[in-house]
Design a binder for this molecule. Structure first.
Ligand SMILES: [Zn+2]
Length: 89
């Protein structure tokens, strides 16, 4: 079952939504923001999934981001740029 990441255009928070079926996801269903209840949300391509589990809650995402920043001190510039781009989305 697919999990997609969304971003709220109202408050800027990102969240993951779990779909019961591929068809529901394919229809472009946009869930309301869990933080401010705005329905002005956009689906974004998940980027944290490459270095963390999908469906993490915001606290876990923040922890992942901090972990990535720590790793950045011992990784290549190319990887750092990838993380920077991911955070801007
Ligand atoms: Zn919001």
């Amino acid at each position: 079952m697919p999990i997609y990441e969304f971003r709220c255009n109202n408050c800027g928070q990102r969240f993951s939504e779990f779909f019961r079926s591929m068809s529901a996801a394919a229809e472009g269903v946009k869930p309301p923001c869990p933080h401010c209840a705005s329905e002005d949300t956009v689906r974004v391509v998940s980027s944290f999934a490459v270095h963390g589990p999908a469906g993490a809650d915001p606290g876990e995402i923040a922890a992942e981001t901090r972990a990535a920043e720590r790793e950045a001190s011992v990784t290549t510039k190319e990887q750092i740029d990838t993380w920077r781009k991911a955070k801007k989305k």
